[in-house]
Design a protein around this ligand. Sequence first.
Ligand SMILES: Nc1ncnc2c1ncn2[C@@H]1O[C@H](COP(=O)(O)OP(=O)(O)O)[C@@H](O)[C@H]1O
Ligand SMILES: [Mg+2]
Ligand SMILES: [Zn+2]
Length: 456
Amino acid sequence: MAKEKTRFVCQKCSSVASKWMGKCPDCEAWNSFVEEAAPVRTAARTSLGGRKKKNEPLPSTEIKFQNARRLSSGIGEFDRTLGGGLAPGGLVLVGGDPGIGKSTLLLQSLGRMAQAGKRVLYASGEESPEQIKMRAARLDCLSENLLIYSENCIEDVLGLLDKIAPAALVLDSIQTFYTADLQSAPGSVSQVREVAFKVFQDAKARGLPVFLVGHITKDGSLAGPKTLEHIVDTVIYFEGERTHSYRILRTIKNRFGSTQEIGVFQMSERGLEAVENPSEIFLAERPENSPGSVIVASMEGTRPLLVEVQALVSPSSSIGMPRRMATGLDYNRASLLIAIMEKRLGLGLQQEDVFVNVAGGVKITEPAADLGIATAIAGSFQNKAIDSKTVCVGEIGLTGEVRSVMQLEPRIREAEKLGFNRFILPSAANKGKTPLKSKMELCFVKTLAEALDLVL
Ligand SMILES: Nc1ncnc2c1ncn2[C@@H]1O[C@H](COP(=O)(O)OP(=O)(O)O)[C@@H](O)[C@H]1O
Ligand SMILES: [Mg+2]
Ligand SMILES: [Zn+2]
């Protein structure tokens, strides 16, 4: 049978077909198939330059931990997001919008490692050595141990590893590298996948930690998204607005640790600086006694984060089509809360535009913010300010009841620490074995209506 030389790959979902198709049977995208050279697999993959050891299944009791010690990335907040530093052979994808700070973070991290005596390699397919050196100088991470290599061919980069034996490798960005095995352009789904796969094999064989930088496309996905996320061990996204100086590193997937942790940074002239107390920063510009502003105690992993939710409710100019907008929180959740308030509290929001925003470019994802969001909306609608030393926490159910949330203890401690004096929380939280205690006044509420009576 003749071996197929080319194949067709959907550029949206990486589905592979032997013939061109107008519509992808997997993701239903139109005109998404592109012809590509079929990768030459067998020889190149199995031999790996003769380094591959014979592989046998082992009894679980006899598997030894090899070198399980984690390597510090040189940046505490980054280690925290990585689940305690770099794992040997761990492949980490760092994704984010262009200009958000991916190169900055990784250069800083490698620089710190180099200054701590580790030899590290920063390979860039995007910038020249001069450009990288300029940035490294600005970030104060020049070191003889920090090796810079401008190259686009992945075989050339991997070919250096035997000689250099780096403690960590950065590929910036995965979309700019290509493998000589494929003819398609760098950045195409199959190139990205092949390059990542080659790196994966090499990293595992050597126990070398590797960072892959990935640019996110406009629609919010990495090019070749599913491919990459499946191959790598850890996926970390950079969040934040380019116009704000705050950056949040969020772990989406981690084979070596929790996915709950976030790292908070501030971008400055000297690079990304870890933010020691994020709540203070996110509350710094808060207006006093202004209707529609409410403080919410949210949990990010093991860390409580106090953030300000702002709502603006104003009469709509378009009849029957009021505008609804949510920034930093789920739009559907906000719509649901508005519907609950209309139905259960009789608030006439049908003819009002409602805008809800989380200040400082933070994103909150947990329903524990419901009570704060609803209070902010009601406050703006009734033009009443909630006391600025009050924090709200609770999930809201469809009947308008306030439901219990997890991890109240750390949220309460954080609010105390920052000088708040009243904490509104679900009444179910009062029924635990050890009663909650606080310097603050704890107000237990059963319903949203009760909470609003209390604070507005
Ligand atoms: N000379 C400079 N002084 C201060 N900040 C800079 C300077 N040059 C770049 N930056 C900041 O660094 C950001 C670029 O980050 P970078 O790490 O290149 O992003 P990415 O690799 O994610 O595309 C810019 O958006 C800017 O905020
Ligand atoms: Mg970059
Ligand atoms: Zn597809």
